[in-house]
Design a protein around this ligand. Structure first.
Ligand SMILES: Cc1cc2nc3c(=O)[nH]c(=O)nc-3n(C[C@H](O)[C@H](O)[C@H](O)COP(=O)(O)O)c2cc1C
Length: 190
């Protein structure tokens, strides 16, 4: 295969989440594509958040934040939250807000999945804060549960691709993870 060098600013396909924080007394939400699970037990995740945004202030002040998974039906409101900053615009009424056991991490009542997180560590990178949080509680709309587990097809999450800055949906199922390679493993050993 021929290969050429490209910009090192290469992006992976990303889940789109809304990070919720309390700014002063009001709820604030920002979309984040740079979010992934970081630890199994206790369950942790991490988000890369630019320090110029209002959200890091709320996270540092409360030591908590929420991660909400919007469905594709919530794309317009999600994108709006990425166009304006809580520093100058009140975003607290874009969604119906729900407060959980932490009391300081506003969640979005209508997102099919929402998590409350307590900050474990914030790693200051040159432009972004890598915020690592423990998921202390998670909530789901019963309509997206199958046998008590979240069914991603029912959630219908948004997937963000860059550099084309496009929201997409989940694609077709292609195979089972930890299973698709079993034939090769049997052939090659290990
Ligand atoms: C789809 C989408 C994904 C985004 N992902 C990130 C991200 O991962 N990290 C980040 O720092 N900003 C990201 N942004 C930009 C912020 O969401 C945006 O600047 C927002 O207005 C900041 O809000 P705040 O100032 O109220 O915190 C994203 C924006 C959009 C639309």
């Amino acid at each position: 295969m021929e290969r050429v060098r490209v910009s090192p600013n290469v992006f992976l396909p990303m889940p789109v989440v809304l990070v919720g924080t309390r700014l002063g007394s009001r709820a604030n939400f920002m979309p984040v594509g740079w979010c992934c699970r970081a630890n199994l037990a206790p369950p942790m995740l991490c988000c890369g958040i630019h320090r110029a945004h209002a959200t890091p202030t709320g996270i540092r002040e409360t030591g908590t934040f929420s991660v909400n998974v919007p469905s594709a039906a919530q794309m317009e409101a999600t994108d709006y939250c990425g166009l304006v900053s809580g520093a100058g615009v009140d975003k607290s009424e874009v969604f119906e807000v729900a407060w959980g056991e932490l009391g300081s991490a506003p969640m979005i009542a209508d997102c099919p999945v929402a998590m409350e997180c307590r900050v474990v560590e914030i790693v200051s990178l040159p432009s972004h804060d890598l915020v690592i949080g423990e998921i202390v509680a998670a909530y789901a709309d019963p309509a997206v549960l199958r046998d008590g587990r979240v069914e991603m097809d029912a959630v219908d999450p948004l997937v963000l691709t860059m550099p084309d800055n496009t929201y997409r949906s989940l694609g077709d199922e292609r195979g089972r993870a930890w299973s698709a390679g079993q034939g090769l493993k049997a052939e090659r050993g290990g």
